[in-house]
Design a protein around this ligand. Structure first.
Ligand code: AQP
Length: 335
């Protein structure tokens, strides 16, 4: 089976309002990578239902993530944009990988521990086996690279372990060992209310995150109210240690502006946070408002979004079908 050398797979869950962490940690990087890679961008609705989703909201959020991809600059004619549940090979390969992955490997996953918390007896089995589905999402396309935020690094390591174990067990060279692509100045965007917590869709406080659907006024208010400390901006990068909120806002600025953290510090060192926050709010509005406007426009044209997803589904299946067939043949299933 012919192996690609530069194929990307990455996914975003339609599990809530997309936020600045999803944008800076993932979607913005997808946009720059589309020039050099063959890309598969997936709305991962099977992952989303590992926790409860209202059916009508799920359908609308699935289209909204698609709109966010396109509005951020992903070209739907050049790349494959599709919905995970519409390509059944993902779930089929995930079952096969459930039989490859070891309990001990999954027991080490910190995201499950964080999300399940004290409630681990009561969460879905899907939440536990989430990483084997993620491995299937990637390997069903023989993807070589996976752009993700820093929080997904451990799941990607597990994907590599599954690919390696499958190849070793069956003495084949079917699956590539995919490389993570974690880059930019904001690989882990933190909550605006608590610099020790990841910015996340499921945080109960709206003020913890900037959403791609926020108005300019919302963005300005949220940045104004973002937690900081009483000191001015530091003289150098070492001055950010033990100042997680300051570090977070400076990283966000650098990433939005496409400059280094050092450059932002040299521009603002010694200045008060009130001045910096005003400039950060202006910058965030100037970068995010065009995306929000375009997303709203696209969300008024559902037939266009569905047509993009329909073409994406067919292109994805063309690649996924033979990989699943080959995997089944290797395992010894009758065709
Ligand atoms: N805070 C973040 N900083 C940088 N990157 C992030 N990503 C998510 N949060 C941050 C990256 O966004 C991509 C899509 O994430 P996802 O939607 O699949 O799921 P998630 O990581 O579970 O996102 P949330 O918002 O944190 O959801 P909940 O609240 O449900 O846990 C991924 O590449 C991810 O790394």
């Amino acid at each position: 089976m012919e192996k690609p050398t530069n194929r990307i797979l990455s996914g975003v869950q339609p599990s809530g309002d997309l936020h600045l962490g999803n944008y800076l940690g993932a979607i913005k990087n997808f946009v720059s990578l589309q020039k050099d890679y063959e890309c598969f961008f997936c709305v991962v609705d099977l992952h989303a239902i590992t926790v409860w989703q209202e059916p009508k909201v799920l359908a609308s959020k699935t289209r909204e993530v698609t709109a966010a991809f396109i509005a951020s600059g992903i070209d739907p004619n050049k790349n494959n944009i599709f919905v995970q549940s519409q390509v059944p090979q993902h779930a089929q390969l995930a079952w096969l990988f459930n039989c490859v992955a070891r309990m001990g490997w999954l027991n080490r996953m910190t995201q499950f521990k964080d999300k399940a918390g004290k409630n681990s007896e009561n969460v879905s089995v899907g939440l536990f086996s989430y990483p084997t589905l993620m491995a299937a999402d990637i390997l069903i396309y023989l993807a070589t690279h996976v752009p993700v935020g820093d929080d997904q690094k451990q799941h990607l390591e597990l994907t590599r372990d599954i690919a390696q174990k499958f190849n070793n067990d069956f003495k084949v060279d079917l699956f590539p060992i995919p490389e993570p692509l974690i880059f930019g100045e904001a690989t882990r965007v933190m909550s605006l209310r608590d610099g020790s917590k990841k910015m996340s869709k499921s945080d109960p406080s709206d003020y913890s995150r900037i959403m791609l659907t926020d108005t300019a006024e919302n963005i300005i208010q949220k940045i104004k109210k973002a937690k900081t400390d009483p000191q001015p901006l530091p003289q150098n990068i070492d001055g950010l240690s033990s100042r997680p909120e300051a570090e977070n806002l400076i990283s966000i600025f650098a990433s939005l502006q496409d400059v280094s953290i050092e450059k932002v510090i040299s521009e603002y060192s010694g200045k008060e946070f009130s001045i910096f926050k005003k400039d950060l709010a202006d910058l965030a509005v100037s970068k995010l408002e065009p995306i929000t406007v375009e997303m709203n426009k696209l969300m008024n044209d559902i037939s266009y979004i569905d047509s993009v997803l329909s073409i994406g589904k067919e292109k994805a299946k063309q690649v996924a079908e033979p990989v699943l067939a080959k995997t089944k043949e290797i395992i010894g299933f009758l065709s």
